[in-house]
Design a binder for this molecule. Structure first.
Ligand SMILES: *Cc1c(COP(=O)(O)O)cnc(C)c1O
Length: 538
């Protein structure tokens, strides 16, 4: 009998506390505990063999008798204390990071229901094309004649984005959605200044806006004012019209919005804003729900970012990489950033890098990035677009919306859907904590889902809904995958409604349970300090 069995493991002890007591290592089968690398490594160990170097002050160097090339010339720069890094052998270091990586959730492991994030499968074909040496190995400072293929990709993608959105031009260089918002708002600012109306300082943002919208407007120097939502979860058109005036620079509206609803009044909103002398920024991060079906240009939009890393697959998460091209109306296009691609009559593609006063592009507000943008994401997005074709892209939107409605309706009577009466949802299903048992919250449902093997949905956003749970399945999930997720969410929700106390301490099967996420975000401990006990023992 092994020592582990002698410690008396019983299946019912498979809780965090029980398992830690039950196994010698604290591991549970393939779920491996992992200490900090500093706690594993030991400053006296190293994975690399260095030849000992005689350590002598520089001025004394010539007296060591060593050949001059072996002499150590660092003088008083020579390190006297330990470097403070953990010393590990190569296999120890590899195992540490591999174990940590296995504690991650990923789209390649299962459904990733994060609302507003469009976490969809990234076809391997995209990866194959992005890794072709002709794309992967080019350098942004290469002569333009040697990168015509790469520029062709940028230009071709630009043409598709303009076509799909019905807009006039596109700025390809912004590197993520929020960066694209900044680009669009800077275009609006430049256009107002060119008109001599730089005094327009107010940007109107609906209550349900993604947090990046007000942040962008404020960052660009505008004052942000809220526009209320109707009981239906859409922008209150009358309230918006009432606020328009000579101090308003424009509006920022997400469509489909963060309640997962289509803003049916967007054309009326655009007309009213234009009439009052403002511009319309549309947050297009949710374009996945309408691609191929609706052209924002037809709705009077002046600027809209497209998250290539959401709508057009391309992997994201963990902070990057992203890509947020901004499509622009005829009114704003002249103010867009440099550089951009332009095809000449002979087929040659030029990278327009400088303002050419009196010629092509004299009004550009400047640059968003050093070079032309995220080449790897352009390649992946164009691969995705071309492999779907126009009809396939339309089906993306239809299937994404169908899947979200399947989730919404399958949980009828289980979770409260605050806008369930506002008709079908778009790409995401929104629930509230309304009918959970007293003392049970959205957080408990999210933590329970972790035990079921799912990354939780987006929680507590949008702010207009109490205890919001926002689920976006995307079109890449099969019915079987959706049924499994729905079953898990239903089971956890029923436990929260029945007041099952074990849910309050979930997750029980994850490496860590309920961390103080706010403290971790506000006061991260980024430097490892040797624990006082260990120091005392030395
Ligand atoms: C994701 C998202 C953004 C921000 O995009 P990033 O690429 O993360 O900067 C903005 N608005 C909405 C609605 C989003 O979903």
């Amino acid at each position: 009998m092994s020592a582990i069995n002698q410690s008396g493991w019983r299946p019912e002890m498979a809780t965090r506390e029980g398992a830690a007591a039950a196994t010698f290592t604290g591991n549970r089968a393939l779920m491996l505990e992992e200490a900090l690398i500093f706690e594993i490594g030991d400053a006296k160990t190293t994975g690399v063999d260095f030849t000992d170097v005689a350590c002598v002050p520089a001025e004394a160097g010539t007296q060591t008798g060593l050949p001059p090339s072996r002499e150590h010339k660092l003088g008083n720069l020579a390190r006297t204390a330990s470097i403070g890094l953990p010393g590990l052998s190569e296999p120890e270091a590899v195992r540490h990071y591999t174990r940590l990586s296995r504690q991650n959730y990923a789209i390649d492991l299962g459904l990733f229901p994060l609302g507003s994030c469009t976490m969809k499968h990234n076809p391997r074909l995209n990866e194959k094309v992005a890794r072709l040496p002709g794309f992967a190995d080019v350098h942004p400072l290469q002569p333009v004649d040697t990168v015509q293929g790469a520029l062709e990709v940028i230009n071709e993608l630009a043409v598709w984005l303009i076509e799909l959105t019905g807009m006039y031009g596109v700025a390809m260089s912004p590197k993520a959605g929020a960066h694209g918002e900044l680009c669009g708002i800077l275009c609006i600012k430049a256009a107002l200044e060119a008109r001599g109306e730089g005094h327009r300082k107010v940007i109107l943002v609906p209550e349900s806006a993604h947090g990046t919208n007000p942040a962008t407007a404020a960052f660009a120097g505008f004052q942000v004012e809220d526009i209320p939502a109707t009981d239906e979860g859409r922008v209150d058109l009358a309230a918006l019209k009432a606020r328009l005036g000579p101090d308003v620079a424009g509006v920022m509206i997400t469509n489909p919005n963060t309640c997962g609803l289509f803003e049916r009044d967007l054309k009326a909103i655009s007309d009213a804003v234009h009439e009052a002398g403002g511009y319309v920024y549309c947050d297009g991060a949710n374009f996945n729900a309408i691609v191929g079906r609706v052209r924002p240009g037809d709705l009077g939009v002046d600027a809209m970012h497209i998250n290539l890393h959401k709508t057009f697959s391309t992997p994201h998460g963990g902070g990057g990489p992203g890509s947020g091209p901004v499509v622009l109306s005829e009114a704003l296009a002249p103010f867009g950033p440099l550089p951009f691609t332009a095809r000449h009559a002979d087929g040659h593609i030029q990278l327009v890098e400088e303002e050419t006063v009196g010629e092509d592009h004299p009004h550009s507000f400047g640059r968003m990035t050093a070079f032309h943008g995220q080449m790897g994401m352009f390649t992946r997005a164009l691969t995705y677009i071309l492999s779907h074709g126009a009809d396939g892209l339309k089906q993306v939107a239809e299937d994404a919306v169908l899947n979200a409605n399947y989730v919404l309706r399958s949980l009828d009577g289980v979770l409260d859907a605050p806008f369930g009466g506002s008709g079908p949802c778009m790409h995401e299903a929104l629930f509230s904590d309304d009918n959970l048992a007293d003392g049970f919250s959205t957080l408990d449902v999210a933590k329970g889902l972790i035990d079921e093997g799912f990354h939780p949905m987006t929680v507590y956003f949008p702010l207009v809904v109490h205890g919001a749970m926002l689920v976006e399945p995307t079109e890449t999930e099969s019915k079987a995958a959706l049924d499994q997720f729905i079953g898990a969410l239903r089971s956890v929700a029923e436990r929260a409604k029945a007041g099952d106390a074990s849910l309050k301490s979930a997750p029980h099967f994850a490496p860590r349970a309920r961390l103080d996420e706010t403290l971790a975000a506000r006061k991260p401990v980024l430097v490892w300090k040797e624990p006082p006990l260990a120091q005392a023992a030395e």
